[in-house]
Design a protein around this ligand. Structure first.
Ligand SMILES: Nc1ncnc2c1ncn2[C@@H]1O[C@H](COP(=O)(O)OP(=O)(O)OP(=O)(O)O)[C@@H](O)[C@H]1O
Length: 251
């Protein structure tokens, strides 16, 4: 596996009350094609900032972010983002129309009939077959997140960025969505960068876990997670890995 995303000496600060606040200081790591990476760390350590920079939503001060060797400077369908917020969907559009939306904007070369087929195929993959004509107020939070994931993945992005996508869900729905996401990741061979507060979630989904710290303004440690898949949350090896991560990220 070669590096798809290369982040090198990335620094970012914000100006607040005329003072410069350093959030990221010389952050470097690579993501290989097909890899599932999680980013964990305490609130305010810069996880969302890092994801926004990769998505091209914001500008960095120094360093570089390269996707297949090219600098990311602006948002593009190559990096799709799924947020935590249930309100990221268009409420005036149906479930199908939401998933169709990025295709209609970016993939006009595909004929409409095919675009609709594609959107339906991804809705089936997130187990929402039969809900195509529902509006967002008619579906649950977990279903909304599944629509958002289908809408992002239907674009076949080089990287899927996920900012605490399951953070507002109850534990049962969260577990169900983690399983769906892992299945989708395998089926679509996607590359995923996933921010989470939940250490167990990080151990369940990812190949490598990037632990960020607030005092370090960047990466504290990168933990390789080669537990066999499918992973058993109750196995001794899983629990040991969760403990290892807990100990490593203690501030
Ligand atoms: N636009 C902005 N202007 C000023 N400061 C900002 C801005 N965006 C983020 N920050 C600051 O950068 C720091 C990191 O914020 P960020 O949202 O990246 O953290 P996080 O690790 O994602 O936190 P959480 O887990 O709570 O979502 C915080 O101190 C925040 O106040």
């Amino acid at each position: 596996m070669s590096a798809l995303l290369e982040i090198k000496d990335l620094s970012k600060s914000f100006i607040k009350d005329n003072k410069k606040v350093n959030v990221l200081n010389k952050v470097s790591f690579n993501v290989k094609k097909g890899e599932f990476i999680s980013i964990v760390g305490p609130s305010g350590c810069g996880k969302s900032t890092l994801l926004s920079l990769i998505a091209g939503f914001d500008k960095y001060d120094e360093g570089s972010i390269l996707l297949e060797g090219k600098k990311i400077l602006d948002p593009s369908p190559k990096c799709m983002m799924v947020f935590q917020d249930f309100n990221q969907l268009f409420p005036w559009k149906t479930v199908l129309e939401n998933v169709l939306f990025p295709l209609n904007i970016n993939k006009k070369d595909i004929e409409l009939k095919k675009r609709i087929e594609l959107a339906k195929e991804y809705l089936k993959m997130v187990k929402l077959e039969g809900y195509e004509d529902y509006y967002t107020h008619e579906i649950s939070g977990g279903m909304k997140q599944r629509v958002a994931i289908a809408r992002a993945l239907v674009m076949k992005p080089d990287i899927l960025l996920m900012d605490e996508p399951f953070g507002s869900l109850d534990i049962q729905t969260r577990t169900e969505l983690q399983n769906i996401l892992i299945q989708l990741w395998k089926e679509t061979e996607a590359t995923i960068v996933f921010v989470t507060h939940d250490i167990e979630e990080a151990v369940f989904v990812s190949d490598r876990i990037i632990a960020m710290g607030k005092s370090s303004n960047g990466i504290k440690d990168i933990i390789v997670n080669n537990l066999d898949r499918p992973r058993d949350r109750l196995s001794t090896s899983f629990i040991e890995k969760v403990k290892e991560l807990h100990n490593k990220i203690k501030e």
